[in-house]
Ligand binder design. Structure first.
Ligand SMILES: Nc1ncnc2c1ncn2[C@@H]1O[C@H](COP(=O)(O)OP(=O)(O)O)[C@@H](O)[C@H]1O
Ligand SMILES: C[C@@](O)(CCOP(=O)(O)O)CC(=O)O
Length: 357
């Protein structure tokens, strides 16, 4: 019987968040924190779904899922009706997650039936709603799991394009109007230059680049922040077009600096500071982020938000010899004292992977 373990990385946007929504380039990287899905066919009559990170699980008869696959027209509205009628859950996050799950299932299977029931669980190292790509890592994991289940894709010949495209459908349910940057990086991994509708190219950094991820603990909605920026853009189109163009120029400068990185972070730190200022200008900072910027600067580090902002995660760029340095130890203890959790990681890392159990 089919039994797979799928793993997809989280991501950080190094530069280009928000401007990427307006067609500008972004520089994005996979990180070491991952989402892990397990899917196992069973002889049961019911499909069992477990989302421990969201603290909910449920069962649904296989026959109901197959009725849905045969009868649904596959529109988001139709999948929403199915989820509402079937599960009658009042929690918006749970509903949305289930809509994404069944929408992706329908896209993967079309009108074909699922031949056997299965147990599916999704666990993650990522904080959900923090800007480190948990929704995309979730989308990539379910897309991969379901494509394997259909037999359209084999574990030793993963079709990254098909996975990323299907994960984008999950992102469309969760984020309404995503740029596609998150599903791309969480599928391919590494370091990428990405532009909405234009595709991506892989980049390499000559030397390991260390990053500290700082969790503000403040949840925020990407969709709301994107629409807040859209309102400002509508009010001041020329001003905002120019800010987005500045962010684009910054990304081009950053690509040069990261591609030539020889261990000296001085210029990258300057770009962090400038990018942070531009993001504050478009209104996506937050008091918790400002506090992190202050503590970082006090200890001679440069930081910026990553992702949509409004809380979520900040990133601090670290020099190669940061370990055991007094200012780094002070940075960590001051951030922790202020209530912010920190995780050390490196830029890059593998994309989606599958293990047949
Ligand atoms: N491990 C997971 N299990 C189930 N759903 C998940 C998981 N990770 C993410 N999600 C889905 O993604 C949503 C979070 O998306 P979002 O707010 O954009 O967070 P992030 O910025 O971390 O991607 C959750 O509400 C849920 O629908
Ligand atoms: C703000 C934005 O540029 C990045 C959002 O990233 P996240 O949801 O915070 O991981 C939106 C997008 O690219 O769709």
């Amino acid at each position: 019987m089919v039994h797979y373990k799928v793993s997809a990385p989280g991501k950080i946007i190094l530069h280009g968040e928000h401007s990427v929504v307006y067609g500008k380039d972004a520089l994005v990287s996979a990180i070491g924190l991952r989402t892990n899905l397990e899917i196992k066919e069973t002889d049961s009559e019911v499909i069992f779904i477990d989302f421990p990170s969201l603290k909910f699980q449920l069962e649904i008869p296989l026959i109901k899922v197959n009725e849905f696959l045969v009868n649904s027209d596959g529109t988001i509205e139709n999948v929403k009706d199915f989820v509402e009628n079937q599960f009658k859950r009042s929690n918006e996050t749970e509903n949305n997650t289930l809509v994404a799950l069944f929408y992706v299932l329908k896209k993967a299977f079309g009108n074909e039936k699922v031949s056997k029931a299965f147990d599916l669980s999704v666990k993650t190292d990522l904080r959900i709603g923090g800007g480190s790509g948990s929704s995309a890592a979730f989308g990539v994991s379910i897309a991969t799991g379901f494509l394997l289940l259909t037999g359209k894709m084999k574990e030793n010949t993963l079709d990254h394009e098909m996975i990323s495209n299907l994960a984008f459908e999950s992102e469309r349910v969760i984020h309404l109007n995503p740029s596609g940057v998150d599903n791309t990086i969480c599928t391919y991994g590494g370091l990428l230059k990405f532009a909405k509708g234009k595709g991506f190219s892989k980049l390499t950094i000559p030397k390991q680049l260390n990053i500290l991820i700082v969790d503000t603990g403040v949840s925020r909605s990407t969709a709301k922040l994107v629409s807040q920026v859209r309102d400002l853009h509508e009010g001041f189109p020329i001003l905002f077009d120019n800010i987005f163009e500045s962010m684009n120029i910054l990304v081009q400068e950053a690509i040069k600096k990261y591609s030539e990185f020889n261990g000296d972070i001085t210029d990258i730190e300057k770009l962090f500071e400038i990018n942070s200022g531009l993001l504050t200008t478009i209104g996506v900072s937050h008091p918790s982020l400002e506090e992190i910027y202050k503590i970082s600067r006090k200890n001679n580090f440069s930081s910026k938000l990553t992702g949509a902002g409004g809380g979520g995660y900040a990133i601090v760029i670290l020099p190669s010899d940061y370990k055991n340095k007094e200012n780094f130890e002070n940075l960590i203890s001051e951030l922790n004292e202020a209530g912010f959790e920190t995780t050390e990681t490196v830029i890059g890392g593998g994309g989606v992977s599958v293990e047949r159990v």
